[in-house]
Design a protein. Structure first.
Lengths: 111, 116
């Protein structure tokens, strides 16, 4: 058990919709990272937060946004969903500047 | 150009043997970090090992070691005494840039199958 909790585990929705993915980091970890894993794109880093502040930004689309709250949990918001957004979305946390503890992921399916 | 290259899409190794998974990287930053992750068929991502660009010694974590050859820009993962549970997808990754502008890049992965 990594100590990182992601909800929901599965999400099925339609094109054009908006969803929110949630991540609770391991106790004591201040950094939260979001990744997208798809067959087409492989593993893509989206964004990192550290203690509520954005720390690093990767290939995150403008339709996507994220934030980290004072209790350190993070949410990834995906809007105007397209078929190509179907993927496994991972959250990870760490005390360092590299992702160490991963959640089980949220599998997003766009119909 | 690919920033992280894993040239072995798939590999087989006999149980109890050692195996090396190749990874080459490309960056002009003097400060960077290299990582390996394991993803079993169950889907979770497991951090294995980290090597900083300024680290003098090769990183080791139990049966995992990272063969860091800076001049060749390679960061191969060596797994000693392979076990059946090592069968998984392995990803090499790099962090480049400075704090506040970090980029994390992943390779396409190597699927390792350990044979009994």
């Amino acid at each position: 058990d990594s100590g990182v909790t992601q909800t929901p585990k599965h999400l099925i929705t339609a094109t054009g919709q908006r969803v929110t993915l949630r991540c609770s980091p391991r106790s004591g970890d201040l950094s939260v990272y979001w990744y997208q894993q798809s067959l087409d794109q492989g593993l893509q880093f989206l964004i990192q937060y550290y203690n509520g502040e954005e720390r690093a930004k990767g290939n995150i689309l403008e339709r996507f946004s994220a934030q980290q709250f004072p209790d350190l949990h993070s949410e990834l918001n995906l809007s105007s969903l397209e078929l190509g957004d179907s993927a496994l979305y991972f959250c990870a946390s760490s005390v360092n500047d590299w992702p160490q503890h991963f959640g089980d992921g949220t599998r997003l399916s766009i119909l | 150009a690919q920033k992280i290259t894993q040239t072995q899409p798939g590999m087989f190794v006999q149980e109890k043997e050692a195996v090396t998974l190749d990874c080459t990287y490309d960056t002009s930053d003097p400060s960077y970090g290299l990582f390996w992750y394991k993803q079993p068929s169950s889907g979770e991502m497991i951090f294995l090992i980290y090597q900083g660009s300024y680290d003098q010694q090769n990183a080791t974590e139990g049966r995992y070691s990272l063969n860091f050859q800076k001049a060749r820009k390679s960061a191969n993962l060596v797994i000693s005494a392979s076990q059946l549970g090592d069968s998984a997808m392995y990803f090499c990754a790099m962090r480049e840039g400075t704090s506040g502008t970090y980029k994390y890049i992943f390779g396409t992965g190597t699927r390792l199958k350990v044979l009994a």
